[in-house]
Design a protein around this ligand. Structure first.
Ligand SMILES: [Zn+2]
Length: 439
């Protein structure tokens, strides 16, 4: 009788693995082991003995103003390994956007001496898992994703009397967390101060994801937005998804391929892969814990580096820390910095245009591998987080990307037709994704 009770207690834990809230101490177990427990005719004592061999799970949350390194320290994960784990996670998660309160789990050997797994649940559907195999000294990354359902929603509304665009969007049913996407896109084309009129009409198509009938607000995407008014004329914007989720071309465009971003900055590289974010971190070379005053983008040596906006080259040369460096001062007084270059194509005192090639990615100065360190300094001399700047690769799509945009516009228009008819487009379906790689 006693044994039966224990077994029924264990079983429900073992078989809820694939649901969205799957979050159990045993989810790391191989299938054979789970079967072994399920089939077990062991006595209560041997179950107890078995439980004593289970890894120990420890949880820690990010506190306000902290980086992941402090969480690692509290989990007593040794610094070298902690850095490896942070780097592996940083390839998949935008670490500088982590909010305080986010929880991390470490699974340790029963004697707590070794880290076996590090887990971060991004939301109710995605959990990032980093496994450490101390025997082969290897680290593997996997994302565990629960099935979700995608639903599309067409929202129509009017600019109300004595209201703002933002308020009118919310009143029409756009979540307040996403109105800035719509207004930011429209603002780049329409001057609302002079041209907005009561009863101007707008439309928004939202792509929303559900897991077990629960909306996942952080996954909501705006696919389309339009605005029509007597003075403002007609503007429409389509979301463009480049072949790579990290492409700097991902943005909203008009059917003619014009980018709709309120800020004129362009990315310094065509492909954005952040390896180190702005903020406090342990320096990979010196091991010191200090402020990282820019963003590191990994890229091959020789990759073109572009000026993010028009400006004057105020520094161009070599020093032991920065390597080959270019700094450009822009009209608003901010200065952008491009470090560790293999080559420099801009001389001090000259003017450069936005998107002009000013150098090539390299590994010069204090650097552990080819990358671009990109920094932004305000007019008052303070370093700011470049990720807070709204940047884009190009003001206009052309060639292959423009052809892709046209295809995607066709798809979005198809979605709109279905929604107008009160139906969900046929492409809405459940999908499960798993991603795995060796580090
Ligand atoms: Zn850097």
């Amino acid at each position: 009788m006693k044994l039966l009770k224990i077994t029924t207690l264990i079983l429900p834990i073992l078989f809820t693995l694939n649901s969205c809230d799957s979050d159990s101490r045993t989810s790391w177990l191989p299938k054979s082991k789970k079967q072994q427990i399920a089939d077990s005719t062991a006595t209560a004592d041997s179950i107890k003995a078995y439980l004593a061999t289970l890894p120990i799970e420890k949880k820690e949350s990010l506190k306000s103003g902290e980086g992941l390194m402090q969480v690692m320290k509290r989990l007593k994960i040794e610094q070298q390994l902690a850095l490896q784990v942070i780097n592996a996670l940083g390839d998949e998660v935008e670490l500088d956007k982590l909010r305080s309160g986010k929880e991390f789990k470490g699974l340790f050997t029963p004697d707590s001496s070794k880290l076996l797994e590090f887990r971060y649940r991004e939301d109710i559907i995605t959990e990032h898992v980093i496994k450490i195999d101390s025997l082969s000294d290897s680290i593997t990354y996997a994302a565990i994703t629960s099935p979700t359902e995608t639903l599309y929603r067409l929202v129509k509304g009017k600019l109300e009397k004595n209201s703002t665009l933002n308020k009118s969007l919310i009143d029409a049913g756009i979540p307040s967390s996403i109105t800035h996407v719509v207004s930011g896109t429209l603002n780049s084309k329409i001057s609302f101060k002079s041209d907005a009129r009561v009863n101007d009409e707008f439309e928004v198509i939202l792509k929303e994801e559900y897991c077990n009938d629960t909306l996942l607000p952080s996954r909501t995407q705006v696919l389309y937005t339009s605005y029509e008014g007597v003075r403002a004329g007609f503007t429409e914007a389509y979301r463009f998804a480049d072949s790579d989720a990290k492409s700097s071309f991902n943005a909203f465009y008009t059917p003619l391929g014009e980018a709709l971003v309120s800020n004129g900055l362009r990315f310094p590289l065509d492909h954005i892969h952040v390896t180190s974010s702005f903020g406090y971190r342990t320096h990979p070379v010196t091991g010191q814990f200090k402020m990282h005053n820019g963003i590191d983008y990994s890229a091959k040596t020789g990759t073109p580096v572009y000026a993010v906006a028009e400006g004057k080259v105020v520094e161009s040369g070599y020093d032991g820390t920065s390597g080959n460096k270019v700094a450009v001062r822009h009209a608003d007084g901010t200065t952008t910095y491009y470090l560790h270059l293999s080559r420099i194509f801009a001389n001090k005192g000259t003017r450069v245009a936005a998107r002009q090639k000013i150098g090539a990615v390299g590994n010069t100065g204090r650097s552990t591998g080819p990358h671009l360190h990109f920094g932004v300094r305000t007019a008052s001399g303070q370093w700011m987080n470049p990720a807070k700047k709204n940047m884009i690769a190009s003001p206009k799509l052309s060639g292959e990307r423009f052809a892709m945009l046209k295809t995607q516009i066709g798809e979005i228009q198809g979605i709109r037709v279905a929604l107008e008819a009160g139906k969900q487009p046929v492409l809405a379906q459940k999908k499960v994704e798993t991603k795995q790689k060796k580090i």
